[in-house]
Design a protein around this ligand. Structure first.
Ligand code: NDP
Length: 479
């Protein structure tokens, strides 16, 4: 049977675009649909604008440091609109690059929402129906707010890049990647940042010592971080009947109507926390996780399984229960990282269009949390490793030369978790400025299965922070 195209990709994010281009490079006829902007979460409302905001936010601290080095430096004031205008210009440019890459690969672009109408057919929201040999769902995910009255008053990460003004104060809810990164970014831009995290320590899942140091440094730099604390109530500050929120005056019972909420979006919000504290913040940001964009695509009707968390269930080759339909990236909720989605897209092309069945490799994926300082991590945390086998832990924490000279309290942490039996490096954790860059390199060594002895016989690069990774002689503990 002949189809209109060999592959129809739904979703123009990092994974979908890479799959489309690599499939087209094999000579396949490929089309892609995107209902928002080409580039998806990473390029338009995630990694890229976030990282540019990280850069913007670091200048205030650098000016402080520069003064200690003898410069008469002053970061001056930050103009959000100047930055935002430039940021959006850059995002427009990148979206154009993505479109060109697709066009140059002869991929047909549909600026439309697509739904799946059969194992080999899709329908666009302009009514066009297209048949395809294979369908690849790469629709990503979206930020979620907790289910609580008036939650719509809170922003989510998507909204941050479009703010009209920089707020004076924000409350960030959550303790994951996004919460911690934006706490540091906004703090660096001069916003008063309060963060509530319901658990005992932020960045759950990462190494305990590493996340402990990140949290301490965040506080040191000015983030008002409250652990074991959550939001229980919120309403427009102007509708709150309590007269003196900070004194903990009892709260009025009225709740805002839907109309009121629309009118109050973007205005100060009154918040009550689990510890009873009441405060008014200019903005509340929910960084309480992301959910897959899997519903309303017509998939369940066809027999594609979607799990309780909303993720499309796929096998190791990213194939769903319907053989002609595959899914990659955040919509499958395997590892929610751009480079992983890209690898999944490339493995899909190998499998389906190059007759070379390829499973994307989800082992030992390094990642970085772009807090200040950054946390770079690959492999297992100490806690995960010691559940599995006997380990030696090599760890050092110190004040790096650059900030020690300036009398700053910043500390870095370098940690290697080593198998006692094989001496292989099971995990590496780095908390330091530039840890994202460092962990990329260490990731190669860990992925290659190198041992502590391999690290030891590597001569240090001096003077650097990361030379500690090859000079730690004795384990600080075994477990
Ligand atoms: P995470 O799952 O990392 O964090 C969600 C946070 O919200 C957790 O601290 C969670 O608490 C908390 N939370 C969830 N529900 C509630 C609730 N009802 N009330 C209060 N708190 C709640 O999600 P993110 O949105 O931060 O990031 C999503 C994914 O995106 C990440 O897992 C990561 O893979 C990716 N990402 C990667 C980045 C990078 O590589 N630098 C940057 C940003 C995102 P608890 O821990 O108790 O569950």
């Amino acid at each position: 049977m002949s189809y209109d195209v060999d592959l129809f990709v739904i979703g123009g994010g990092s994974g979908g675009v890479r799959a489309a281009r690599t499939a087209a490079a094999t000579g396949a006829r490929v089309a892609i649909a995107e209902n928002s902007r080409m580039g998806g979460t990473c390029v338009i409302r995630g990694c890229v604008p976030k990282k540019l905001m990280v850069f913007a936010s670091e200048f205030s601290g650098n000016a402080d440091l520069a003064r200690e080095y003898g410069w008469s430096a002053d970061a001056g004031t930050f103009d959000w609109m100047t930055f935002r205008t430039k940021l959006h210009g850059e995002l427009d440019r990148l979206e154009g690059v993505y479109r060109n890459l697709l066009g140059n690969s002869s991929v047909t672009i549909h600026d439309a929402r697509a739904i799946v109408t059969g194992p080999n057919s899709v329908k666009l929201d302009n009514g066009t129906e297209i048949t395809a040999g294979h369908i690849l769902v790469a629709t990503g995910g979206h930020p979620v707010r907790p289910e609580m009255p008036n939650a719509e008053l809170g922003m989510v990460s998507d909204d941050i890049f479009d703010m009209e003004t920089l707020p004076k104060s924000v409350l960030i809810i959550g303790g994951g990647y996004i919460a911690c990164e934006f706490a540091c970014i906004l703090n660096g831009l001069g916003v008063e940042v309060t963060q509530y995290y319901r658990g005992a320590q932020v960045l759950r899942g990462f190494d305990d010592e590493a996340r402990g140091l990140v949290a301490e440094m965040m506080r040191e730099h000015g983030v008002d971080l409250h652990l074991g604390t959550n939001i229980v109530e919120m309403k427009p500050a102007s509708l709150h009947s309590g007269t003196d929120a900070d004194m903990g005056t009892p709260v009025g019972e009225e709740s805002a109507s839907i109309d009121d909420l629309a009118a109050h979006k973007g205005k100060p919000v009154w918040v009550k926390a689990t510890n009873g504290n009441e405060h008014v913040f200019d903005r509340v940001i929910f960084a309480t996780g992301r959910a897959p964009n899997s519903h309303g695509l017509g998939l369940e009707e066809l027999g594609v399984s979607i799990n309780r968390r909303g993720a499309i269930e796929v096998d190791e080759f990213s194939q769903t229960a319907v053989p002609s339909i595959y899914a990659i990236g955040d919509v499958t909720d395997r590892i929610q990282l751009t480079p992983v989605a890209i690898r999944e897209g490339m493995a899909f092309t190998e499998t389906v269009f190059k007759n070379n069945p390829t499973k994307p490799d989800h082992e030992l994926v390094a990642s970085a949390v772009f807090t200040q300082p950054e946390l770079g991590s690959v492999g297992m945390s100490e806690e995960q490793a010691r559940e599995q086998e006997e380990i030696d832990v090599y760890c050092t924490s110190f004040r790096p030369m650059r900030s020690a000279f300036a009398g700053k309290p910043d500390r870095v942490l370098m940690k290697l978790v080593v198998s006692k039996a094989t001496q292989k490096i099971l995990g590496c954790q780095i908390v330091a400025d530039g840890a994202g860059e460092l962990i990329q390199m260490v990731g190669i060594a860990v992925k290659a299965g190198l041992t502590k002895a391999d690290f030891d016989r590597t001569v240090a690069v001096h003077p650097t922070m990361s030379e500690e990774l090859v000079t730690m002689q004795n384990p600080v503990r075994s477990a």
